[in-house]
Design a protein around this ligand. Sequence first.
Ligand SMILES: CC(C)(COP(=O)(O)OP(=O)(O)OC[C@H]1O[C@@H](n2cnc3c(N)ncnc32)[C@H](O)[C@@H]1OP(=O)(O)O)[C@@H](O)C(=O)NCCC(=O)NCCS
Length: 98
Amino acid sequence: MAFPTWWREPEAHSRDHRRRGVGRALLAALIEACAAQGFRQMIAVIGDSTKQAASIGLHEALGFHHVGILADVGFKQGRWLDSVLMQRTLGPGASTSP
Ligand SMILES: CC(C)(COP(=O)(O)OP(=O)(O)OC[C@H]1O[C@@H](n2cnc3c(N)ncnc32)[C@H](O)[C@@H]1OP(=O)(O)O)[C@@H](O)C(=O)NCCC(=O)NCCS
């Protein structure tokens, strides 16, 4: 089963409140909810690897691994941006039939 839902990190997540476990709690809850619905894989598309170390680190911390980079697929503020693709198995993953 594919994963059709978009999650967007809260942009209101102020710098003063970062690195206190909020991102981990939110993403962990989303992973759990998706697994409970029977989804088998979760894919993260993270724009601009040069500025999203925190987001990439958060996904790594919650079990996502790198599966690729889409080069130059966005354009913002005068420069081309990449997107980092990360993936995480949910529940039994591919170990059982759908
Ligand atoms: C990404 C973000 C949501 C993480 O939220 P957070 O509440 O700070 O993260 P947490 O405190 O839950 O951290 C969980 C784990 O993620 C990883 N992590 C968090 N910040 C990191 C950073 N700056 N660099 C590397 N890894 C990081 C760590 O593994 C961390 O675990 P640890 O603190 O035990 O080492 C937050 O930094 C943020 O909002 N960034 C701005 C993103 C943004 O602007 N998005 C809009 C794009 S259009």
